[in-house]
Structures are given as structure tokens and as C-alpha cells.
Ligand binder design. Structure first.
Ligand SMILES: [Fe+2]
Ligand SMILES: [Fe+2]
Length: 223
């Protein structure tokens, strides 16, 4: 697929999903995080599985780092879900929505990845940039006092190596840093396939967070 078409399609898809999320959740960011993290855990698993199968079919080495990075992304997103499920419990309707969204999105992303991996990575790149913006809005609400700054779940404290006194705002900063890393990683995968993208992708700037997720540690160990 032509690269401008790929990026245009990826951006349009992201705008469409963002529109749906804004309409449905508005500023209920805890619930928004729970439902969207169930979807965010899909692309890394689909892409990692597909590259794994490709390596088997071609009987070639060299795919290991990419497979591990994609599967680590999926696992990291699953952990985000585990953290936010302790902050906001989904209602019955949201549970049905999660089921339907997974059934549709898994198949959709699989077909997209097989047909155009570049478009698929670009779409995830744009999704992750939107996630960074959404978590920034959530953080602003917590820090301004309009959402209670409850203690961070124990699971998150252990995962990120946070202080025992860590709060929701500390957790959001760490999750946001993970989303930023996913945005960069997916742009890198897309650029590898289409080098002409190199100057076409900008990133949301974030202050560096002092979060050492197991995903980040795994990457450092593997490097
Ligand atoms: Fe996430
Ligand atoms: Fe992410």
C-alpha cells in the first residue's frame, strides 16, 4: 500500500476510535482505561504470533527480538488492565462491550496485519499517541483534585518498583511512559518496512518518568 495512504488510513482509524471513546466514556477515565486496555493488549499478541508463524514458515532466524518485543507489549498492556481493574470496576454493559470489541478487533487487526503490516503498526503508533494524551488528561484531573488520588494498587507498586506510598498519579505517569514507548516501538517497526516514513512521524514529548516496568527491564536485559 502507498505510504501516504497507509498513514492516512491509520490516522483516520485512530480518529474514528477516539471519537467512539470520547462519546462513550467522556471523562470517565478509569472506565475508559479498563475498556481500552482490553483492546490495547490485542495488537502485540496478533503481530507477535504472525511474525512467529512467519519465522516458522520461512525457517529463518532474525525474528526473535521483534517477536519478544511485540509479546512484551501485549503483556505490558495486560498488566495495565490488571492495575486499572482495581481502580474502576466495569459495569455489565462495559463487560459486554469488551467481549464484542475483542471479537471484532482481534479479527480486524489480524486481517489488517496480514494485508499491510506497515499500516497496522502505524495505526498502533497513532493509538498509543492518543493513549498518551488521554492519560495526560486523566493525570490532570487527578492532580487538580477532581478525581480522588487513591493509593496505587500493590500489583502496580511491585511491577514498577514504586514507593509503598505511591498514588494513582504515580501509576498514571508510569503507564503513560509505557504507552509512549509503545508509540515509538511501533513507529520504528513501520519505518523499518518503509524508510521514507523516517521524517514523517512526530512524537508527543513527555518528561522522562522514573518507572522501571518489567517490560522495560526485560528490554534492557535483552539489549
Ligand atoms: Fe496500555
Ligand atoms: Fe500501549
Amino acid at each position: 500500500m502507498n505510504i501516504n495512504l497507509s498513514n492516512g488510513f491509520a490516522k483516520a482509524q485512530t480518529k474514528f476510535f477516539r471519537f467512539l471513546a470520547d462519546k462513550f466514556f467522556a471523562r470517565r477515565y478509569g472506565h475508559r482505561a479498563v475498556v481500552l486496555e482490553t483492546i490495547a493488549g490485542v495488537p502485540g499478541m496478533v503481530a507477535g504470533m504472525w511474525i512467529h508463524l512467519k519465522s516458522l514458515r520461512q525457517m529463518r532466524t532474525g525474528y526473535g527480538p521483534m517477536i519478544r518485543e511485540l509479546l512484551a507489549e501485549a503483556e505490558n498492556e495486560r498488566m495495565h488492565l490488571m492495575f486499572f481493574i482495581e481502580i474502576a470496576k466495569p459495569n455489565v454493559f462495559e463487560r459486554w462491550l469488551i467481549l464484542a470489541a475483542q471479537a471484532i478487533f482481534w479479527n480486524y487487526y489480524f486481517v489488517l496485519y496480514v494485508c499491510s503490516p506497515t499500516t497496522a503498526h502505524l495505526m498502533v503508533h497513532h493509538f498509543e499517541e492518543e493513549a498518551v494524551k488521554s492519560y495526560t488528561s486523566y493525570l490532570n484531573m487527578v492532580e487538580s483534585g477532581s478525581v480522588e488520588n487513591v493509593p496505587a494498587p500493590k500489583l502496580a507498586i511491585d511491577y514498577y518498583g514504586l514507593k509503598e506510598t505511591a498514588k494513582l498519579n504515580d501509576l498514571i505517569k508510569c503507564v503513560r511512559a509505557d504507552e509512549q514507548r509503545h508509540a515509538v516501538a511501533n513507529a520504528k517497526f513501520a519505518k523499518k518496512r518503509q524508510p521514507e516514513l523516517a521524517r514523517g512521524i512526530a512524537f508527543v514529548d513527555l518528561p522522562p518518568e522514573r518507572c522501571e516496568s518489567e517490560e522495560a527491564q526485560g528490554r534492557r536485559d535483552a539489549a
